[in-house]
Ligand binder design. Structure first.
Ligand code: DQA
Length: 145
């Protein structure tokens, strides 16, 4: 089973970016932990970060024939991107949307996710563990569907 893990804009800055909201761990630390978990779950993952909406769209289009599912933190594009919602619907790959912070405790504009309706479900508020829970959730979903 192959899972694509996608990180959206500004997540490359984790470690120094608003640590009160996002923690002090780096994106590399998240990816390392995901790789450990993938081994434990007996699945293969590829991780990819981009600040560019169109690159994320391309990556999801290309995933159609190469991956079984997606774990996705669309970051700020969560709240704005019709293009990312449409491509998730187009490729029909099961996706777990994940967020480090609890969107429901933050500004009102973060309550709206354009992408979540195109996903199996959303996990938010558990820091980097949101990604681990997302990977477990999508693997479990794929094994049962
Ligand atoms: C985020 C939440 C988004 O609202 C924000 O724009 C981010 C990070 C999170 O992981 O908590 O960049 O996706």
């Amino acid at each position: 089973m192959k899972i694509l893990v996608l990180h959206g804009p500004n997540l490359n800055l984790l470690g120094t970016r608003e640590p009160d909201k996002y923690g002090t761990f780096t994106l590399k630390e998240i990816n390392d932990e995901l790789n450990e978990l993938a081994k434990e779950l007996n699945v293969t993952i590829e991780t990819y970060q981009s600040n560019i909406e169109g690159e994320l769209v391309d990556k999801i289009q290309q995933a159609k024939n190469n991956f079984d599912g997606i774990v996705f933190n669309p970051a700020a594009y969560t709240h704005t991107s019709v293009a990312l919602r449409d491509v998730l619907l187009a490729v029909e790959l099961p996706c777990a949307e994940v967020h480090l912070s609890n969107l429901h405790k933050r500004e009102e504009f973060r309550l709206k996710s354009m992408t979540a309706p195109a996903c199996v479900g959303q996990i938010c508020g558990f820091g980097k563990n949101s990604y681990m829970l997302g990977l477990r959730a999508i693997v479990n979903y794929l094994r049962n569907n």
